[in-house]
Design a protein around this ligand. Structure first.
Ligand code: T46
Length: 178
């Protein structure tokens, strides 16, 4: 298991994600991580930790990300989360179609990913590594460090209709797609 992949459990049979308060709850217990130790291995479908090329010299470091080249999608939107209040959780939703890449360009936070079958918790703490998140993945962000800046590149502009913000509804959609 990659050291930043901190936990993996089976998704519960019924809703546990009643808002972000239950982000750490509802696990049946850890099960072995399935994908080995390579950082580019799939965590869940559409979710990968990917190394980013760091162009460094004596002055410091620079990472460039070009849509369609370093990413499997064209970048339609960039946003970043920062100044997160201590102890709060964010996310608590899935997307119908959206593809994203998230990078903790400063500080760290934990991203809990849930495909309705399994849950994986990943610590994002490296500006040289991104996390891809595809459609139909419930995500919860927790344990933000005070200095955390979470940069997200997305393949579509903001569309509230693409959000699933109800965990039971998310599970029902997953079940209906089987
Ligand atoms: C995701 C995680 C990682 C906009 O107006 N435009 C935007 O592009 C975004 C992302 C948000 N907003 C508005 C909607 C809300 O009124 O900003 C407010 C906060 O958004 P939200 O509560 O969705 O933020 P997070 O941190 O819970 O989730 C965000 C993304 O929305 C989501 O797609 O995957 O970060």
């Amino acid at each position: 298991m990659h050291p930043h992949v901190e936990a993996n459990g089976r998704a519960p049979q019924s809703a546990v994600a009643d808002g972000c308060e239950s982000a750490a709850g509802g696990y049946d217990g850890p099960i072995p991580f399935q994908s080995g130790s390579n950082v580019t291995d799939d965590l869940l479908p559409g979710c990968r930790l990917v190394p980013l090329t760091v162009r460094g010299d004596a002055r410091g470091s620079l990472v460039a990300i070009e849509g369609g080249r370093d990413l499997p999608f064209a970048i339609a939107r960039v946003y970043y989360v920062f100044g997160t209040t201590a102890g709060v959780d964010r996310g608590c939703h899935a997307h119908h179609k959206l593809h994203q890449l998230a990078i903790a360009v400063a500080g760290s936070c934990t991203m809990l990913l849930d495909d309705g079958r399994q849950r994986v918790s990943v610590r994002l703490d490296d500006p040289a590594r991104g996390l891809t998140m595809g459609p139909m993945i419930w995500r919860e962000m927790t344990d933000f460090s005070p200095d955390c800046v979470l940069l997200v590149l997305a393949d579509a502009v903001y569309d509230e209709a693409d959000y699933m913000r109800d965990y039971d509804g998310f599970l029902a959609t997953v079940a209906a797609s089987r």
